[in-house]
Design a protein around this ligand. Structure first.
Ligand SMILES: Cc1cc2nc3c(=O)[nH]c(=O)nc-3n(C[C@H](O)[C@H](O)[C@H](O)COP(=O)(O)OP(=O)(O)OC[C@H]3O[C@@H](n4cnc5c(N)ncnc54)[C@H](O)[C@@H]3O)c2cc1C
Length: 519
């Protein structure tokens, strides 16, 4: 049986196993020459003191004992000739659903509107060179979904540790750095994610699943309130025992299709605001109390939250050492988000700062698409505000925004299409901008140095979660009205973020299997 202990280690010694070993022996009061084996099971950073330290949780084994192998190797059967399940969308929820279906002996057929991840990478590079958006192949659409060119943060508020461990293990089996299994804040980075996504595709295909790229689903085939298949834009039909709708929060056409066909959906609260960018060195100085930061410490991050007039204002998807990127999916709208590479070494720290938007805030829009219309309205306004009508984002310095002053100059930013100086009062809804202003001042008192005119705000951060919920039954996860339709992942409104969507995909796959066995 292992002994569990915790030690703190200066960044100077974090790679020094003999130092760590001697600290462990001290911690468990054993002599220096005692033979032990140890395994680090959690690594986090404690930056409360003057000098930040690593905090390690460790399993220690005495002589003759070997570290337990907690992680099983996943075995996938061949499902080539098994019963078929259609999955719409090759994002994290779609791909993890597919893997779980295979584990359960079912054949996934995945339909994806965008391209395979390698061709998609070329489109992203083209977007960088030309700032011209391809509405079917971009930062949100294509193999890997919105997660493929993200920060690749792999933390979630889900408390089901077993499920999280399985998702992380699948990432490692497909090429992610095994450090994600122990880091308190694991992340992968956009330079690594596409290859991992490609390897997951290879696993699905080599075990009998099918994947169709450039296949946009535009209709559902429904008989007697039961979905039996889907139709694609080029008029092909696909049939399956069940249909998993894993199309993400940006597939507005799918929400509109559901609405048009009278399939129950519900307007949902979401969050809206701006993305803020500071110099990373400033965030390091605030969080680690030193600059330049120690070379064995990662770029520092932060998480901020407050309440302003009964609405939460919070930081969202903070990307240390990252980049702000254009995540619009249609011409005529400006949407931004953040990403980073695995070594998080850009000069900038960015984060969404967003305000909770309740359904009643979306007036004059009403009905089940009201939150979506409200969200779209702001994204279009940000675009219309730009005289050049391109992907340049409106920008304003933080203190100027709070003091209602248009910024005469804007600092350099990481956002490659470029920015232009704007008055955010003209773009953001009043109840959002008022709350942001008060929150920035409060955040400045929580993190001294954060409230500075060296920080730039870019607009708009609007796709924080789905503005629509596609309801499902608690036990079977099936849509309450349309039999065999399984809303899944971020677009369903029941999950958000890579790990949570992956877990949701697995959960839906298990429900489909259970339901089939009951039939
Ligand atoms: C820039 C950026 C950075 C992010 N960073 C992080 C992060 O660091 N950590 C984190 O946890 N989350 C992050 N996220 C959020 C995360 O990526 C999403 O929560 C997650 O990808 C949602 O997974 P999903 O499978 O439900 O949907 P998506 O990933 O959105 O995938 C949906 C897929 O469905 C396809 N599709 C849509 N409509 C159709 C149709 N009609 N027919 C066929 N296919 C269709 C799309 O092309 C897409 O591939 C980030 C998002 C972005 C945009």
């Amino acid at each position: 049986m292992p002994i569990y202990t915790e030690i703190t280690v200066s960044p100077d010694f974090i790679d020094d196993n003999s130092f760590i070993r001697s600290e462990i022996l001290k911690a468990i009061a054993l002599p220096e020459d005692k033979q032990i084996k140890f395994k680090i099971i959690k690594r986090s950073i404690d930056s409360r003191g003057k000098f930040p330290k690593y905090l390690l949780k460790i399993e220690v084994y005495m002589e003759g004992e070997d570290p337990e192998q907690k992680f099983y190797s996943l075995k996938y059967p061949n499902v080539f000739s098994k019963k078929q399940v259609l999955i719409i969308g090759a994002g994290p929820s779609g791909y993890f659903c597919a893997l779980e279906l295979i584990e359960n002996g079912l054949k996934p057929i995945i339909l994806e509107r965008g391209k395979d991840v390698i061709s998609r990478t070329k489109d992203i590079l083209l977007l960088k060179e030309t700032s011209v958006l391809n509405p079917e192949s971009n930062f949100c659409f294509g193999e890997g979904g919105a997660g493929a060119y993200s920060d690749g943060k792999l933390y979630t508020r889900s408390t089901k540790r077993g499920n999280i461990a399985k998702v992380l293990k699948i990432f490692v089996d497909h090429g992610a750095n095994p450090d994600i299994l122990i880091d308190a804040h694991p992340h992968i980075g956009s330079d690594k994610l596409p290859q991992i996504v490609k390897r997951i595709r290879e696993t699905i295909l080599s075990h009998g699943g099918d994947i169709y790229f450039n296949t946009k689903v535009t209709d559902f085939i429904i008989k007697n309130e039961t979905i039996i298949g889907v139709r694609s834009e080029d008029d092909r039909e696909f049939y399956g025992e069940a249909v998993v709708l894993a199309t993400g929060h940006s597939a507005h056409d799918i929400f509109e299709l559901l609405y048009k066909k009278g399939i129950f959906i519900k307007a949902k609260p979401f969050a809206l605001g701006v993305r803020i960018e500071h110099p990373q060195s400033l965030i390091d100085e605030i969080q680690y109390h030193h600059t330049p930061r120690h070379n064995k410490l990662p770029a520092a991050s932060y998480r901020l939250v407050c309440q302003v007039e009964r609405r939460g204002v919070f930081s969202f998807c903070m990307c240390p050492g990252g980049f702000i990127v254009p995540t619009s999916t249609d011409i005529g709208e400006i949407v931004i988000n953040g990403m980073s590479l695995s070594n998080r070494d850009s000069m900038y720290a960015n984060s969404g700062i967003v305000v909770e938007v309740k359904v009643e805030d979306t007036l004059p829009y009403t009905g089940e698409l009201s939150s979506l219309s409200f969200q779209k309205g702001v994204e279009k306004k940000a675009y219309r505000y730009n005289p050049q009508k391109n992907l340049k984002a409106p920008a304003q310095r933080m203190i100027d925004f709070v003091k209602d002053k248009v910024s005469p100059t804007i600092p350099d930013t990481s956002y490659f299409p470029g920015v232009f100086s704007a008055d955010f009062n003209e773009i953001l809804p009043k109840n959002v901008s008022m709350r942001l202003k008060r929150a920035f001042v409060e955040f400045g008192s929580k993190m001294r140095g954060y409230y500075t005119n060296e920080a730039t705000l870019l607009a708009v951060e609007s796709r924080t979660s789905s503005p629509v919920k596609i309801p499902r039954l608690d036990d079977s996860l099936m849509h309450p009205q349309i039999k065999n339709l399984y809303p899944c992942g971020e677009g369903s409104g029941y999950a958000g973020g890579i790990v949570s969507c992956a877990i949701d995909g697995q959960k839906v796959a298990r429900c489909i299997n259970t339901y089939r066995e009951l039939k």
